[in-house]
Structure formats: structure tokens, C-alpha cells
Write a new protein. Structure first.
Length: 121
């Protein structure tokens, strides 16, 4: 990918912040398409038919229509991905973090009345 400007998205499950997911917004047609889907608060569903053992495949649906997919490694020695996978498998609300600066992974968020707010620790 020549230019992969990352975007951050806060994932909420049952109105409780779980984690942030990052995805490139430029560089390929798929990046642009997935970015548009993620910004639309899609439904994300684990694809049980995935045959690649090392990754989970998640289908992204916008208004009930298939938009694209995410492949996310099941394990990463540098990061604990269990919170991300748990959130993605729990019908998360996906909220784009509209910021020029990429949010730090440990940043906490709240989402009330359609307003995303960074929470101070």
C-alpha cells in the first residue's frame, strides 16, 4: 500500500467502550471501501466459514448488505488481540474517531447522544 493513512474507530458493546480498531483509509480500493463501511456503523459478523487458521474473518454489513471483510490475526506476540476479537464478535457499535491525530490505543471513550468523547483516566 503506497499510502495507508490510518483511521481509528471506537468499539462499544452494550454502550460500554471496549477498544479501538485501526484501519487504513487509503492506498487500495478495499481500504477505501472498508473505511466507508466502518464509518457507517456497520454490523460486523464473524465468518464461520473462514478456512485460514491464523486469522478471524469478519464480514462487514451496511444496512444488511455485504460491504467487505476484515481479516484480523487471531494472535499477535506484540499485542493482546482478545479484547478486539471479543468486541467484534459481540455486535459492536462502531464509531469513527474524527481526529487528525491517530488516537493512542489506551485512550478511553464514551458515546452518548451521538457524541463521541475522550474520557480522562
Amino acid at each position: 500500500m503506497a499510502n495507508n493513512k490510518l483511521q481509528g474507530y471506537a468499539l462499544f458493546v452494550d454502550n460500554v467502550f471496549r477498544t479501538v480498531i485501526y484501519y487504513p483509509s487509503e492506498g487500495s480500493w478495499q481500504a477505501v471501501r472498508v473505511t466507508a463501511a466502518l464509518k457507517s456503523n456497520p454490523t460486523i459478523v464473524l465468518d464461520e466459514s473462514n478456512t485460514v487458521e491464523s486469522v478471524n474473518k469478519y464480514s462487514i454489513l451496511v444496512d444488511g448488505e455485504y460491504a467487505d471483510y476484515l481479516f484480523i490475526p487471531k494472535h499477535n506476540d506484540a499485542f493482546d488481540l482478545s479484547t478486539l476479537h471479543n468486541a467484534l464478535q459481540s455486535s459492536p457499535t462502531v464509531i469513527w474517531i474524527d481526529s487528525e491525530t491517530l488516537p493512542h490505543p489506551d485512550t478511553k471513550w464514551s458515546y452518548e447522544n451521538n457524541i463521541l468523547t475522550q474520557v480522562e483516566d
